[in-house]
Write a protein that binds this ligand. Structure first.
Ligand code: ATP
Ligand code: MG
Length: 520
């Protein structure tokens, strides 16, 4: 059977024009199946893997069916987060570019007055988060009595405990004679039961069956490590791989902040994303991430559902999520619209069982990888360096430098080139190659020492700091070891270096404390 094009589905001419402008030719499987049924007027639960175009599946139908009228809001789309509401709004505007329907999005953390004014001007479609929708209803700025289409995006999340009361209240004011449309990549059976309660009896569950529940284009791996080595493993992954945009997920806001601070100390281009940040900060961060100004985003699960950034090459679970479903949504931020992506999870021995449960639940294979070695980091960084060299050659304007090269005796050029590479290398990674090898060797010993105060091998630690901070023994005066360490008489720069190091490795706050005291 020949695959259908968008023209075969029954969408309106203006919507087809919009889709054409977006550059899409073939509908995805969920679009092909769901659009005709929705156009017939049936209620549906649409379930398909992450990144397979569910937004356009419902968006194109709403925009085809709704006609401009003065009656009030005709469609309400609810989403669990502000970012997602805004993203749906943007996608609808692209699809509906030629329809002249007015779309207003409403979400918390943003000036309500502005949203009230926008609604007053007349909205055909409203996209919003439940909290803000309720608020606007109570202020009588948003009336839902002409709503004919109700869409719950990320339906299972919306019908979950956290949102259900709000959804119930909203539903009581939406006319019963309406189309109810639910979409998500996941639909646990207990939630499906709740869902059916809100839908017409003859609703259809349209499910695009795939071998796995996780996106087929995402390869999944895990690294096993000890709890206190998580950050080190994260850095090794980041340093040994070629990555575009990458999202790193943590369980709590606090660990997001900790990871971001530690990464920034190491000069990664990284920002945080979680619910405690202001709406402006969140929007700003997401925008900069989307246009590539930020390479790494460390986030809680607020960024797990629905967020569509097209150049995310990797997702890393710094910590596993609470639920199996969330794993599916998290790693679904990569491998979207048929692109390839990779997902890594950093797990401890204790979490292995849960990882196995995720594998079983999603019917996917999560392959174990060895923690990247220093040599892997070396290979990757040299590759990046040589790439930059190539770029510089292409850009040209090297005449003054070429003159110098000419003067270097031929038999020395190899050495000089190697030295130049070594210099660039140490600049790029912060230390020279031999040193990193030693640091990592000692670091392991240090980590072992961290656990038990009594057995700390003081000499190892001191040697290690001497090497790292590139200071000589004479820079250090007395070292007192009581219940705390005290490095007396360090030069301020040396102190700073040691402090930076401690901070990086998150020894700070653990049982070993290094106290740096200046001479009195
Ligand atoms: N027919 C199509 N051809 C190519 N790209 C498409 C098509 N339909 C949608 N897309 C694009 O694919 C990307 C993913 O779509 P969308 O965000 O709707 O996925 P989703 O199924 O809702 O995923 P999630 O479960 O993560 O919310 C978007 O950038 C969208 O514009
Ligand atoms: Mg979606």
């Amino acid at each position: 059977m020949q695959q259908k094009t968008f023209y075969d589905l029954g969408l309106s001419k203006l919507v087809l024009q919009g889709i054409e402008m977006m550059g899409y030719v073939m509908p995805s499987p969920i679009q092909e199946k769901a659009i005709p049924v929705l156009l017939e007027g049936k209620d549906i639960i649409g379930q398909a893997q992450t990144g397979t175009g569910k937004t356009l599946a419902f968006g194109s139908v709403l925009l085809s069916c709704i006609e401009k009228s003065q009656q009030g809001v005709q469609a309400l789309i609810l989403s669990p987060t502000r970012e997602l509401a805004l993203q749906i709004d943007e996608e609808l505007r692209r699809i509906g570019k030629y329809t002249r329907l007015s779309i207003v999005s409403v979400y918390g953390g943003s000036e309500i007055e502005k949203q009230i004014r926008a609604l007053k001007k007349g909205a055909d479609i409203v996209v919003g988060t439940p909290g803000r929708v309720l608020d606007l209803m109570r202020r009588k700025a948003l009336r839902l009595d002409h709503v004919n289409w109700l869409v719950l995006d990320e339906a299972d999340e919306m019908l979950n405990m956290g949102f259900i009361d709000d959804i119930e209240t909203i539903l009581q004011t939406v006319p019963e004679q309406r189309h109810t449309v639910l979409f998500s990549a996941t639909m646990p059976s207990d939630i499906k039961k709740i869902a059916s309660f809100y839908m017409k009896e003859d609703y259809q569950h349209i499910q695009i069956k795939a071998k796995t529940m996780t996106a087929s284009t995402v390869s999944q791996y895990y690294f096993e490590t000890k709890v206190n080595r998580r950050f080190e493993v994260l850095c090794r992954i980041l340093d040994s791989r070629e990555m575009d945009n990458t999202i790193i997920f943590c369980k709590t806001k606090r660990s997001v902040d900790e990871v971001v601070a530690a990464m920034q100390q190491k000069h990664y281009n990284v920002e945080a994303m979680h619910g405690d940040l202001s709406q402006n900060q969140r929007m700003n961060t997401l925008r900069r991430f989307k246009n590539g100004q930020i390479q790494y985003l460390v986030a809680t699960d607020v960024a797990a559902r629905g967020i569509d950034v097209d150049n995310i090459s990797h997702v890393i679970n710094y910590e596993l999520p609470q639920e199996e479903e969330l794993y599916i949504h998290r790693i679904g931020r990569t491998g979207r619209a048929n692109k390839k992506g990779e997902a890594y999870s950093i797990v401890t021995a204790r979490e292995k069982n849960f990882l196995k449960a995720i594998e079983k639940h999603t019917n996917s294979h999560i392959e174990k990888l060895e923690i990247p070695a220093i040599e892997d980091i070396f290979d990757q960084k040299i590759k990046e360096l040589l790439f930059d060299v190539q770029d510089t050659v292409l850009k040209g304007n090297l005449e003054p430098f070429k003159k110098i090269v000419k003067d270097i005796p031929a038999h020395m050029r190899n050495d000089v080139m190697a030295a130049l590479l070594a210099m660039c290398y140490s600049k790029r990674v912060g230390y020279n190659y031999q040193d990193i090898k030693d640091i990592h060797k000692n670091e392991q010993r240090l980590f072992m020492s961290v656990g038990s105060m009594d057995k700390v091998n003081v000499k190892d630690i001191i040697d290690f700091f001497l090497r790292y901070a590139q200071i000589s023994k004479k820079d250090i005066g007395e070292i007192t070891i009581k219940r705390k360490f005290s490095f007396a008489n360090l030069t301020p720069e040396a102190s700073q270096k040691v402090l930076d190091y401690c901070y990086n490795q998150k020894i700070k706050g653990r049982r070993v404390r290094l106290e740096l005291a200046q001479e009195e």
